[in-house]
Design a protein around this ligand. Structure first.
Ligand code: SIN
Length: 305
């Protein structure tokens, strides 16, 4: 009998798929829809201390093999967003609250407020590549990553996940720093910093000029990152980047991910992508003699002595 359920830091997921932060998670209703469509967990939009409009449009460029976005972390602020989480919780799957802040104090305060909303875990956005003073600007040095994780952990009693940037020479050093800071799990990766230029307009297309690339084009970077992190830390790793079918998810799982997040795949395929990925994973397990997801986690690595 094939078993798709996974447990991450005490959170019980009926399957290893999660909605990634940033797509279909602005409202409780859209997260509820994703939960009802079969996701094992949902992650909220990244939320800050104050309302924020985000970057000027255009904010998204659709490419052949992915999306380039420069949303700029738009959100209504934690106090107003709390009502959306209440609705998302009705989906009956773990809800993970994504937060961003400009320093340790702000992030700790947000972690504590996020816990009060009733979320099951907090995800620290240490990786948005296009928001001045936030995201990757906080998450690119091991010292700051360690310190931010430490402060977030002190401020709440639910699990803390650190979502890391691939725009670095050593994502495994960032993961080790998060682990030292007490993070309970690593989420890898966020988008790759990029730009698109219109030859006709002779200027960058995005209002912010620079954005983050997601979708199938970045999957090899995500898989490589998870592979490296798996060898560098003991805490669980959650893989994200370019997943839209069972094989994509299996790549991440065999690299060492205990679960996967799907964002741009929801954009391109709709909420049915969660069911599709699960069915294809199950079929692979049946055909290859696996009965539990855990039997496949990290099997692409040489056997440890
Ligand atoms: C955004 O909302 O600006 C995207 C979030 C991210 O890249 O982390």
């Amino acid at each position: 009998m094939t078993h798709l359920g996974v447990e991450i830091c005490g959170l019980k997921l009926k399957n290893p798929t999660m909605l990634a932060s940033g797509v279909l998670d602005e409202t409780g209703r859209s997260m509820l829809e994703v939960a009802c469509a079969g996701a094992g967990a949902v992650v909220t939009k990244s939320v800050g201390a104050q309302p924020r409009h985000g970057h000027p449009s255009p904010c998204i460029v659709e490419l052949q093999d992915g999306l380039l976005n420069a949303m700029g972390l738009p959100n209504p602020g934690i106090d107003i967003y709390a009502a959306e989480i209440l609705e998302a919780k009705m989906g009956g799957v773990p809800v993970i609250g994504s937060i961003f802040g400009g320093d340790e104090r702000e992030i700790a305060d947000l972690a504590s407020k996020m816990q009060v909303t009733g979320v099951d875990a907090v995800e620290l956005n240490l990786s948005c590549p296009h928001a001045k003073g936030y995201g990757a600007e906080i998450g690119s040095t091991p010292e700051l990553v360690e310190s931010v994780c430490k402060h977030a952990k002190r401020a709440c009693s639910i699990p803390v996940f650190a979502k890391l940037t691939p725009n670095t020479s050593s994502i495994s050093s960032l993961a080790q720093a998060a682990e030292r800071g007490g993070a309970d799990a690593i989420v890898a990766i966020n988008t790759l910093k990029g730009m698109a230029i219109s030859p006709v307009a002779k200027m960058p297309i995005l209002g912010n000029k620079v954005g983050g690339l997601s979708g199938p084009a970045i999957r090899p970077v995500g898989v490589r990152s998870v592979y490296e992190i798996f060898e560098a830390v003991k805490i669980p790793v959650i893989g994200v980047g370019g997943i839209s079918c069972g094989y994509d998810a299996l790549e991440y799982i065999m690299a060492g991910a205990v679960a996967v997040q799907i964002g741009t795949g929801v954009w391109s395929e709709g909420v049915g992508v969660f069911g599709k990925v699960c069915r294809e994973i199950m079929q692979f397990m049946d055909e290859n003699g696996y009965s539990d997801i855990s039997e496949m986690v990290g099997v692409a690595h040489p056997a440890r002595p």
